[in-house]
Every structure is written in structure tokens, then in C-alpha cells.
Write a protein that binds this ligand. Structure first.
Ligand SMILES: *Cc1c(COP(=O)(O)O)cnc(C)c1O
Length: 446
């Protein structure tokens, strides 16, 4: 594999783009490959190298790189009619109707342009609706590049995790470890009457994929109800992926008060959305008084792409296909790890997967372990060793993953998300042959 074109493009990029990229996670060392085009479940780089793509845009591409006929036609038509208007169009109503029909907790929506914008607006909405300032987030949860959630620390001892954010933002953000009911109880005992919302991903999807332990979401729901706080599920990554069209909340049987969406609902174009009970969502201006607005919000091309993607998924066996292939992958990876790297943990659900390079395992686990991705089953012999919090994931061999594992997989034509933390995705265009080739590569590399 040669990378001359990518190398020279990165050389140019470093002169005019900060760090040579427009999103920090893309700055793979020593330099990223530049993509020329997609092809089904694959991408082809500027030097003509082909990779099986499990990055899938970091989540938005449920169907892969080839748009089905109806999707392509809808996108092209909206673009050619004139890109946008600053006046409402029918397609945004149709997409909202589709989402409210399939996601039980969502009666009403507001569309925005990114997942970050969705979580920023959701936090403002929760604060405006409850008249309270504090929010609770999970350590290592990810809600985009926003001031209120870029915090580190524990409980009420939090500080901004990036320069440029005043300490006063972190003062209103409480951080607890995922899957820790006692930690939630403790922050509510002390601050409950000031807590506007608990904001969490239903599955930590940006930090190694951490599955909830039994009863955790039910506990969050109960505590929020006891204190009159809102439960906000950030389904930007899990929405219309985990649990199919009902999203992760349907799969887990939990009704959050507010849900944020992004990624898949835009069918590959920039998108975000805030949904929930009508009474809450109507607190946004102009129906209510919590300010929210956006020049590009409800963009016709995006709305059409999102609608046709979801319709296609509803009318074809997309979820069976992607979930089945991902299960084969996770099961194959579990077997390979058992043979070659017994301390590692295979994680993921539905069409998400990852191998976490955990440092300790239970030794010989026999057969009674989670067979296709960690489910946090207490009866599983791995239970005491599988990651339950972001800190557990961080304690794994992240440098080995990033510096040795990722490049070795890339050299074998498998494009994984570039560090230990970000999830990988199977798309509708992937095939059994892709899965076999991928498992062969893991077998050589692990
Ligand atoms: C990707 C992601 C975001 C941020 O979305 P952007 O579109 O990148 O701003 C927020 N929350 C979660 C859970 C995400 O996965």
C-alpha cells in the first residue's frame, strides 16, 4: 500500500487547516488517508487503496456509501429545486411525523444541524423548563463540543476539560460514573432540588461502547421522577441504530423526557434534533420562551435524506442484515480473543462493535460468557473484568490499540475508528465476505 497522495494532501492541509483536519478525531498519526470516494461498504483513498469501512462517517451512514434509488432521487431533487428557503417545507413535517410515529417518547421535535447543537439546545430546554441550573452527566459520556458537558472530575468537583471554557460552566455540571447507582443517589441527595436533568447516552457509544448494567436506566428514571428532574437520552449515536426504528429507549423500555438525535436521521447530511413530550418541546420559541433558532435547521436536502433513509430501513430488512453481520463479527472476535488475547473484551450491540484491550481477564472462561459482545450479565465469568465505566475503558491498553493495532488493520484493508474509544459500525452494504475478510485480518493482527 502506498500513501503518497494522502501524504502530500496532508502536507497542504497542515498549512491551511488547524491540525490538517476539520474534526480532531480524524488526525490519525502520522497522517490520515484522504478519501476519494465511497463504494458500498468500502472507501477508496486518494492513492487508490480500498478499505472495508467500519467508520461509516462515525455513525451517520446506516446504508453505507451507495444511496438506494429513492434516496438518491430525493436528495438530487431537493438540491436542484434550490437548496434552502428560510420558510418551512413539507419534507420536515414528514420526517417529524416519521420519528414521532416510531419513537414512543417523542411527540414533537425541533430539528437543528448537528448533534452538538441538539445537546446544547436540550440542556437549555431542560434548564428553562424546570427553572433549575444543574445537570448530571456521565464521566466519559460524549455530547459533542459543548461548554456544559466538556467537564472532568467527580460529583460536584468538576472543572472544564478544555481551555476556553469558564469554570462557571462546570459549576453547574455534576459528573458521575456510568452504571453507578450509588453515585447518582449521592448527587441527588445533595443537589436534587437544583438538578434540571440527567443527560446520558443509553449506551456509552463514544468511549469504548459500555452497555448499561441491569436496572441502571430504570434507576435513573426513578430518581429523576422523585426529584422532578428530566431524563435526557442522548441518542445521537444510538438513535435508529440500536433497537432499530424505536431507538435504544425502545429496546431498553425506558421513556426519557427529552431525546437528542443526530447522525442517522440526516441520512449522511448535517443534522440534529431535540424530541420529547409536546409540553416540554413547546417550551422552545416561538411556542414557548426558551430561545432556539437556526438558519439551516430543517434543511430540505437533509430532511429528504433522513426521511428516505429511515423509510428504506422500515421497508427493507436493513436492521436484520446489519445486526446479523455485526453479531457474526462480535462472535468471531470473541472466539479469536479467547484463543489469542483472552484478556481483551469484545463489546457492542446491534450494528456496533469494538475490541477493548482490557488488561485483565478471568482466565479460562468456559462457555457461559457473553458470546457476541458484553451484556454486563452478572452470571458471565467475565463480569468482574468487563468495563462498566469510562474509567475502566481508559485503563485498557489504549496506546497499543492506537499505535499498533489500528495501523496493522489498515494495512490489511480494514478501516477502523482511529482509537480505542470510538465505536465501529456495520452498514447495510457490508457482506458476509467483508466479515470473513475482517475476521482474518483480526486473526493475524491480534
Ligand atoms: C456524535 C455525537 C454527538 C455530537 O454530534 P455532532 O453532530 O458531531 O455535533 C453528541 N452526542 C453523541 C452521543 C454523539 O455520538
Amino acid at each position: 500500500m502506498t500513501h503518497e497522495q494522502s501524504r502530500s494532501l496532508y502536507d497542504r492541509a497542515l498549512s491551511v487547516l488547524s491540525g490538517g483536519v476539520n474534526s480532531s478525531v480524524r488526525a490519525i498519526r502520522p497522517y490520515p488517508f484522504f478519501v476519494e470516494r465511497g463504494d458500498g461498504g468500502h472507501v477508496i483513498d486518494a492513492d487508490g487503496n480500498r478499505y472495508i469501512d467500519y467508520v461509516m462517517g462515525y455513525g451517520p451512514l446506516l446504508l453505507g456509501h451507495d444511496m438506494p434509488e429513492d434516496l438518491r432521487a430525493a436528495v438530487q431533487q431537493k438540491a436542484s429545486e434550490g437548496p434552502m428557503y428560510g420558510a418551512p417545507t413539507e419534507v420536515e413535517v414528514e420526517l417529524a411525523e416519521f420519528v414521532t410515529r416510531h419513537v414512543p417518547s417523542v411527540e414533537m421535535l425541533r430539528f437543528v444541524n448537528s448533534g452538538t447543537e441538539a445537546t446544547v439546545s436540550a440542556v437549555r430546554l431542560a434548564r428553562g423548563y424546570t427553572g433549575r441550573d444543574k445537570i448530571v452527566v456521565m464521566q466519559s459520556g460524549y455530547h459533542g463540543a459543548q461548554e456544559s458537558t466538556l467537564v472532568e472530575g467527580e460529583g460536584d468537583h468538576t472543572q472544564p476539560s478544555s481551555p476556553g471554557i469558564p469554570d462557571s460552566f462546570a459549576e453547574h455540571t455534576l459528573a458521575v460514573p456510568f452504571n453507578d447507582e450509588d453515585a447518582i443517589d449521592a448527587v441527588f441527595e445533595e443537589h436534587g432540588d437544583d438538578i434540571a436533568a440527567v443527560l446520558t447516552e443509553p449506551i456509552l457509544g463514544n468511549y469504548g461502547i459500555v452497555h448499561p448494567v441491569d436496572g441502571y436506566h430504570e434507576h435513573l428514571r426513578e430518581v429523576c421522577d422523585d426529584y422532578g428532574s428530566l431524563l435526557v437520552f442522548d441518542e445521537v449515536i444510538t438513535g435508529f441504530r440500536v433497537g432499530g426504528l424505536q431507538c435504544a429507549q425502545g429496546k431498553f423500555g425506558i421513556e426519557p423526557d427529552i431525546t437528542t438525535f443526530g447522525k442517522i436521521i440526516g441520512g449522511g447530511f448535517p443534522v440534529g434534533a431535540i424530541g420529547g413530550r409536546a409540553e416540554i418541546i413547546e417550551s422552545f420559541t416561538p411556542a414557548g420562551d426558551v430561545f432556539q433558532s437556526g438558519t439551516f435547521s430543517g434543511h430540505p436536502v437533509t430532511m429528504a435524506a433522513g426521511l428516505e433513509t429511515l423509510r428504506y430501513a422500515a421497508e427493507n430488512d436493513v436492521y436484520d442484515h446489519v445486526n446479523g453481520l455485526a453479531e457474526d463479527l462480535r462472535a468471531g472476535l470473541t472466539d479469536i480473543c479467547a484463543d489469542q488475547a483472552p484478556n481483551y473484551t469484545v463489546v457492542g450491540t446491534d450494528s456496533m462493535f469494538k475490541v477493548i484491550f482490557t488488561r485483565e481477564g478471568p482466565g479460562d472462561v468456559g462457555d457461559d460468557h457473553c458470546e457476541a459482545g458484553c451484556r454486563q450479565r452478572e452470571a458471565c465469568p467475565r463480569y468482574d473484568h468487563c468495563p462498566k465505566t469510562g474509567a475502566d475503558v481508559k485503563a485498557a491498553q489504549t496506546e497499543r490499540w492506537e499505535r499498533l493495532h489500528w495501523p496493522a488493520m489498515k494495512e490489511r484493508g480494514v478501516f477502523l475508528t482511529a482509537n480505542q474509544f470510538e465505536s465501529q459500525f456495520v452498514c447495510d452494504a457490508h457482506t458476509e465476505a467483508d466479515v470473513e475478510e475482517t475476521l482474518e485480518a483480526y486473526k493475524e493482527v491480534l
